[in-house]
Ligand binder design. Structure first.
Ligand code: NDP
Length: 282
């Protein structure tokens, strides 16, 4: 499943939506000088600007106090020209990440990480959903993967990937299992999966012998190797067993940023309509 091509299509849709809405404002907040975070933020900015968005780039010093950061977020919450607000994680250790996340206005939370949005997802109600699992759902839809009644196994239970992924699959009427580091006999579970999503963070931990013949395999993993090489959680030999599979790189990765942009459009539209309700637009 070609995430690169699909992400380009999503970005075109976003550009059209931005034009229709007469502009969309995005603000990103980066604290400190973590090199990987800088790269992610720059990629998001380039993509946002290419889609015609107004993108404001706040780079704050690594020794900022929590109160100063919260005040900055508050002013962006109140700023009518900002539709989407994203705080790049992880934050430096002296800052309380949960407190900062909870300061973001839920209607502008385009990463879908505020407990209000996570709670709505849990309840199966329309909301802003993290870009990675949303991108996976869009990819599964694009390739017409049958989810209703399918057995879906998600390996990983993080708040940003595994848990929202499992809830979205459940909403799509799959029968969902969530596996994690304490799961006994992982292979027994994965072999049962019609749809297998790996969000583990460990290179090639899912081998071909763990994949059911004809299954759809989505590899969220982005594990750094030597130099600039990136490896997935799934061994590439699984492609010989799977019916559909996402490559790494070029699979889920490009979809994430595209879907964060899509979330900005969703948030902007909801605000223009004066609605608190936000429906994720896959
Ligand atoms: P986390 O480290 O937060 O979560 C990893 C999860 O995998 C945990 O739930 C952990 O279990 C589980 N796990 C770890 N080892 C095993 C194992 N051997 N067997 C079964 N489960 C295991 O990672 P993230 O969810 O943030 O990210 C996962 C991967 O996805 C990473 O490679 C990351 O780089 C990538 N990623 C890619 C994105 C993209 O855009 N493509 C976006 C976000 C992440 P436990 O809870 O018990 O510790």
């Amino acid at each position: 499943m070609d995430g690169k091509a699909l992400a380009a299509k999503v970005r075109e849709e976003v550009a059209q939506d931005v034009e229709e809405l007469g502009g969309v404002g995005l603000a990103t907040v980066l604290v400190g000088d973590d090199p990987a975070s800088h790269i992610y933020i720059d990629l998001k900015h380039k993509a946002a600007q290419a889609a015609g968005m107004e993108a404001r780039d706040l780079k704050l010093p690594g020794d900022i106090t929590e109160e100063e950061l919260l005040a900055t977020i508050e002013s962006l919450n109140d700023d009518d020209s900002i539709d989407g607000l994203l705080v790049q994680l992880p934050l430096p250790g002296h800052l309380d990440e949960n407190r900062v996340i909870e300061a973001i206005a839920p209607g502008k939370d385009i990463d879908g990480i505020h407990p209000f949005n996570a709670g709505r997802l849990y309840l199966g109600r329309p909301t802003l959903v993290p870009g990675t699992p949303l991108g996976v759902m869009r990819m599964l839809a694009e390739y017409e993967i049958e989810l209703a009644g399918a057995r879906a196994v998600v390996v990983g239970r993080s708040a940003i990937v595994g848990k929202p992924m499992a809830h979205l699959l459940l909403q799509a009427n799959a029968t969902v299992s969530i596996c994690h580091s304490r799961t006994i006999d992982l292979q027994r579970h994965t072999l049962d999966a019609d749809v297998l999503v790996a969000a583990v963070g460990s290179t090639h931990v899912i081998g071909a012998d763990m994949v059911k013949a004809g299954a759809t395999v989505v590899d969220v993993g982005m594990n750094r190797g030597e130099g600039k090489r990136v490896y997935g959680d799934v061994d590439p030999s699984a492609a010989e067993v799977a019916g559909h599979i996402t490559p790494v790189p070029g699979g889920v990765g490009p979809m994430t940023i595209a879907m964060v942009l899509k979330n900005s459009v969703t948030a902007a539209r909801a605000r223009r309509l004066g609605r608190g309700l936000v429906s994720p637009a896959t």
